[in-house]
Design a protein around this ligand. Sequence first.
Ligand SMILES: Cc1cc2nc3c(=O)[nH]c(=O)nc-3n(C[C@H](O)[C@H](O)[C@H](O)COP(=O)(O)OP(=O)(O)OC[C@H]3O[C@@H](n4cnc5c(N)ncnc54)[C@H](O)[C@@H]3O)c2cc1C
Length: 293
Amino acid sequence: MTKGTSISEFLKQGKSLFSLEFFPPKNDAGGKRMLSTAEILKPFNPDFVSITYGAGGGTRKTTMHYAKILKQEFGFEVMPHLTCVGHTKKELLEILEDFSKEGFCNIMALRGDPPQGETTFQAVKGGLSYANELVALIREYFPHFGIGVGGYPEKHPEAPDKLTDLHHLKEKVDAGADFITTQLFFENKAYFSFLQECKDTGITVPVLPGLLPALSLGQIQRFCKMCDASLPEKLANELINAEESAQPKIGAKWAKEQVEELLNKGAPGFHLYALNQSASSLKILNGLRKQGS
Ligand SMILES: Cc1cc2nc3c(=O)[nH]c(=O)nc-3n(C[C@H](O)[C@H](O)[C@H](O)COP(=O)(O)OP(=O)(O)OC[C@H]3O[C@@H](n4cnc5c(N)ncnc54)[C@H](O)[C@@H]3O)c2cc1C
């Protein structure tokens, strides 16, 4: 992807896209690990990398700090994430202004999760309640940004049912989102059904599948519980029967096979939740390279 282009423009060209997701590290050691992962995966030329935005005051600086390093030192097209958590509309506009001044031209617009210990999301006074409001804000004040939003093949955990969730997803697209990146899923049929459901709801923007290479049974059990994603029995059994040290290899093989099928059946590309670790992503990308995917 040419640097400085919007991801939606790239997706319109119909070329298969590959992207990686990092998260802002909590300390220097984590920072070193993240940057070393970026160095190791750079030769695979991701079309863009994204960096998440966590809850709490520190994230504003940390996301920006690492987004700049990934852009300036590694030359990646970087899409910072932004959430509504704890911010007023005025603060969100300031953060967007900073991203714009630094030359970022794509944003992943999210509501965010309720802060730890709280079960429901509460907007701060003068803040935003849902991601569609953030998308609308970006479109109004920073129309040049490409905007991605989150989509949930197996339904967002808070949504009462799939149809309601899809209706809210359409509101994000109608507000100006250019593309959707999905929550993790381990069975491709969840993605393909979601695509059809999006189409039936009138959502026509590209849907980029988001994939997490499992590192251990415990890890994906936690993730699946958190996001209401299904854990296929076959994958669970393979992990149960393997030594702990062999589990990442099983997770990477599973994710690689998911990518192969997704691309063969016309997905616009894939987004890897790399979790600031290189080993599994390396296995997947080397495996795909060998097979010329
Ligand atoms: C690709 C991706 C990247 C992510 N990156 C981050 C990150 O960087 N940082 C982070 O903290 N979290 C991140 N998350 C997690 C995300 O913040 C949570 O899943 C959060 O709970 C929902 O965010 P959202 O933007 O999808 O919210 P929304 O689209 O606002 O939806 C949240 C819930 O509210 C419902 N809803 C939406 N609009 C309305 C409405 N108008 N009225 C009533 N109900 C409504 C939806 O159906 C859904 O159940 C990411 C998720 C994905 C899929």
